[in-house]
Design a protein around this ligand. Structure first.
Ligand code: ZN
Length: 195
C-alpha cells in the first residue's frame, strides 16, 4: 500500500529555470497523499474544476519493507499550475495544486536490483505522438543516494511509499482527449487517455 508520496522539486536544472526558480542547494520536498496514486490505469480523469493540467513525467522509486528501493515506475506528477502559481504568490502550501484526486497516475513497476541501474535512464513524455519532455536521470541536481538518504533521515517513510525524483524540462498543459505516452527507455512505457 502506498501511504505517502514524497516528491522532489527542481531536481533537473533546466526545469527549475523554465519555471523561473533557482536551482536548489539542498533537496526540496513536497507531499502528495498516497491515495492520489492510480496504478496502471488507462485513463486520466480531469477534475471538474480545471480545463487543463500540467504534466510532469518522473522516475518514481518504491521503498520495500526494509526501506530499501526494490522497485520503480513512471509517475505523472499532475499539477494545476495556475492554482500553484496563485498559492506560491500567497506563500500558501501547494496541496490543492498537487495532491488533488487522481493526481498521481503510475505505470506498472519494474524491479531495481542496484541503484546504479537508474542513473542513466532516458525519460520522456509524448502528447498525441509528439515529444514534450525528454531528459536523462544523469542530469539530476542531487544524486539518487542523496535524495534517498535525505528522505529517510527527515521523514517517516513507510514500506510501499514512493519517492518521485523530479521532472525534466518541457512541462506544459494537456487537456481532454489528449493521449499521454510516458517512457523510461528499456524499462517501462505506459499511455493514458485524458477524459
Ligand atoms: Zn514534480
Amino acid at each position: 500500500m502506498i501511504q505517502n508520496i514524497w516528491c522532489v522539486g527542481r531536481n533537473y536544472a533546466e526545469h527549475a529555470k523554465e519555471l523561473g526558480n533557482e536551482v536548489p542547494t539542498e533537496p526540496f520536498f513536497f507531499l502528495k497523499a498516497g491515495s492520489t496514486a492510480t496504478l496502471s490505469a488507462k485513463e486520466i480523469q480531469l477534475p471538474y474544476w480545471v480545463e487543463e493540467l500540467h504534466h510532469e513525467v518522473e522516475l518514481a522509486l518504491q521503498f520495500d519493507e526494509n526501506l530499501q528501493i526494490d522497485e520503480a515506475c513512471i509517475a505523472l506528477d499532475l499539477t494545476d499550475r495556475e492554482k500553484q502559481n496563485q498559492l506560491k504568490a500567497k506563500g500558501h502550501p501547494w496541496t490543492l495544486a498537487k495532491s488533488f484526486k487522481g493526481s498521481c497516475p503510475l505505470s506498472g513497476f519494474f524491479p531495481v536490483n542496484d541503484l546504479e541501474e537508474l542513473k542513466n535512464l532516458e525519460i520522456s513524455l509524448k502528447i498525441n505522438g509528439e515529444y514534450r519532455q525528454q531528459g536523462n536521470t544523469n542530469q539530476f541536481v542531487f544524486p539518487l543516494e542523496k535524495l534517498i538518504d535525505f528522505a529517510r533521515q527527515h521523514f517517516p517513510i513507510m514500506p510501499g511509499d514512493l519517492l518521485l525524483t523530479g521532472t525534466p524540462a518541457g512541462v506544459g498543459p494537456f487537456k481532454k482527449g489528449d493521449v499521454l505516452e510516458a517512457e523510461i527507455k528499456g524499462k517501462m512505457r505506459h499511455s493514458w487517455t485524458v477524459k
